[in-house]
Write a protein that binds this ligand. Structure first.
Ligand code: NAP
Length: 265
């Protein structure tokens, strides 16, 4: 049966390539982007052409640097579908040059790359009754340390790449927590490092080259099509060990408790 798929950060880089790749097996493809719909008409036309007969496409814009927009995205998605077979949390930003705090008081990288996907996932969880949640992480999380007492990195030496890796460690830790507390055995929650890919995000933080976004899209499609792998962290297509902090149930629980306090639910 064609799937109901939600993909964030779908308008550029890995997300764009993944949208085009997943379109062929989507009964209903819900794409999220930062840009208003009028600015992504070309992409939406390409995606629509790749849908199977009878497939439908929805596009919803939300800026995750406004947490209220992540919350609104939940409502907007719920208004267009009552089922999610695959949720891919792909949207993310590099750390800005200097530490930046959002209107809601959170360091912007942490909010965009961690808090917003948690809001989205929590808000859609009851729609994922027999499906998969794929969180796009990064191998940079392996070298990070989770500062549970300073998640906004106010005291622990901010740098753009540190903030980015820290946000991804939080996302992998959350993935492990959710895998252990999944609503049903028919829901699998995994995270994946998509590869080193030549995108705006990569070049904003690292002076290295990378593979084409289509390489990562193929990895994400592969991971999205696995089964019975709840809690797995993938390095591209290979199951791998995540940062030991992410795998530690006590750390997972502490992050969850702090996150609940931050989001007040
Ligand atoms: N590239 C790599 O080598 C690499 C390696 C490891 C992990 N990853 C992960 O792969 C995923 C895709 O990244 P990418 O490399 O394809 O980078 P990208 O081309 O910059 O794409 C990031 C996506 O996130 C969206 N986004 C950024 N800020 C946002 C915000 N405030 N609210 C909502 N959406 C926002 C972007 O929208 P706009 O385009 O409109 O700004 C874009 O669609 C990310 O999770 C990234 O961490 C990438």
């Amino acid at each position: 049966m064609p799937s109901s798929i939600v993909l964030t950060g779908a308008t550029t880089g890995i997300g764009r390539a993944t949208a085009l790749r997943l379109a062929g097996r989507a009964g209903h493809l819900v794409l999220h982007g930062l840009e208003p719909e009028s600015r992504v008409a070309d992409l939406l036309g390409e995606v629509r052409a790749a849908l199977p007969r009878g497939g439908t496409l929805s596009y919803l814009a939300a800026d995750f640097s406004q947490l209220v927009e992540a919350e609104r995205l939940v409502s907007d998605i719920r208004a267009v579908t009552d089922r999610v077979d695959l949720l891919v949390n792909n949207a993310a930003r590099p750390g800005p040059a200097s530490r930046t705090v959002t209107d809601t008081g959170y360091e912007v990288t942490f909010q965009t790359n961690y808090l917003a996907p948690v809001v989205l996932t929590s808000g859609l969880l009851d729609l994922v009754t027999e499906g998969r949640i794929v969180n796009v992480a990064s191998a940079t999380h392996l070298s990070a340390t989770l500062h549970l007492d300073d998640l906004g990195l106010a005291r622990h030496g901010y740098s753009p790449s540190t903030a980015y890796a820290h946000s991804k460690l939080a996302l992998v830790t959350y993935t492990c927590w959710l895998a252990a507390h999944r609503p049903s055995p028919s829901v699998d929650v995994v995270s994946v490092h998509p590869g080193i890919i030549a995108t705006r995000l990569l070049h904003a933080m690292f002076s290295i080259g990378g593979d084409r976004p289509e390489h990562a899209a193929a990895n994400l499609e592969y991971v999205a099509s696995r089964r019975d792998d709840n809690g797995t962290y993938y390095d591209e297509r290979d199951p791998a060990s995540p940062n030991p902090e992410a795998a530690d149930p006590a750390t997972q629980d502490r992050l969850h408790a702090v996150t609940v306090d931050l989001l007040a639910y």
